[in-house]
Ligand binder design. Sequence first.
Ligand code: SAH
Length: 366
Amino acid sequence: MPKPGELTFVAPRGAKPPRHLADLSPAERKEAVAELGEQPFRAKQLSNHYFGRMSNDPASWTDIPAVSREKLTGSLLPELMSVVRHVSCDDDATRKTLWKLFDGTLVESVLMRYPDRVTMCISSQAGCGMNCPFCATGQAGLTRNLSTAEIVEQIAAGMRALKSGEIPGGEARLSNVVFMGMGEPLANYNRVLSAIRRLTDPAPDGFGLSQRGITVSTVGLVPAMHRFADEGLSCRLALSLHAPDDELRDELVPVNTRWKVAEVLDAAWNYAEKSGRRISIEYALIKDINDQAWRADLLGRLIKNRRVHVNLIPLNPTPGSKWTASRPEDEREFVRRLQSHGVPTTVRDTRGQEIDGACGQLAAAG
Ligand code: SAH
């Protein structure tokens, strides 16, 4: 905490996050290094430490002479974010981190450790402009897009914590990344795409994670979904549908007034075809709002015989929300009806609920 009268640095509104190695493609890294008057091969050395060894301690990068190292790290490895706090639950298998960015903006990420995998849920924007009424992030509106490196650093920090054994359960590797934290990833398209490259390019260009382990979740920005399909990736696409009919979806996912259910599903099938991956349909079950048996049947008819999987999420009520999760018997009936149409359906576990770290709860209250 600053003492009274002490000056703290406040970035001017609209200032850009400082440039970081993780913002740059391998070719751009070489150029940046050369611009600093250093040998281009130093770019590979930096990548090797940051991506290959997951090290963020330049003092240990002794294959680079101290003078060069200082110049390079000073210019390409600024500290982008600091931990405000970690909060854990589920016997420490779930950990939410609140981050403060260079301009004081707050964002959250969540790390979830399961017996067979580790998943990180990360933010792509500070806040969100999509305004879905049941989502905590949506209530506050959009503050700004995150830079590529601000997205990548959330994951890098998680990977380092897993590698160092800081997360209970022994050393582990990150297997899955879901863009289901704060923000609409396809509304920050270029930076999210570069972040995916940094995560999945083979080491030392990137972290070498599998594209198949990465899920991008969208409200259904149709042109961006088509563009994403043309990238040639094998990431998973999750579509936040939440209602099978336009009347209700217009209310629950306001961007539906622009791109309707039929159009958004077509864009999803196009992605499935081009990527070879099943679409994941996200559907938050809200008591007496979207959980009626007839809506399950309508959804079943719309998506049966497609490359699809439905993920039902019991609504996590946000503070002051008039809505709540469905009754258990209505949830069961919803699952049964979808399955009777042959649609693979699961109910999402609600990890992190007690620490406001579950779906739609990320709100980054300081
Ligand atoms: N903007 C993207 C990704 C962020 S939200 C999207 O909307 O897909 C990730 C998922 O959590 C989305 O399916 C979202 O609709 C859902 N979600 C949001 N608030 C929720 C809540 N209160 N309870 C359950 N799921 C919620």
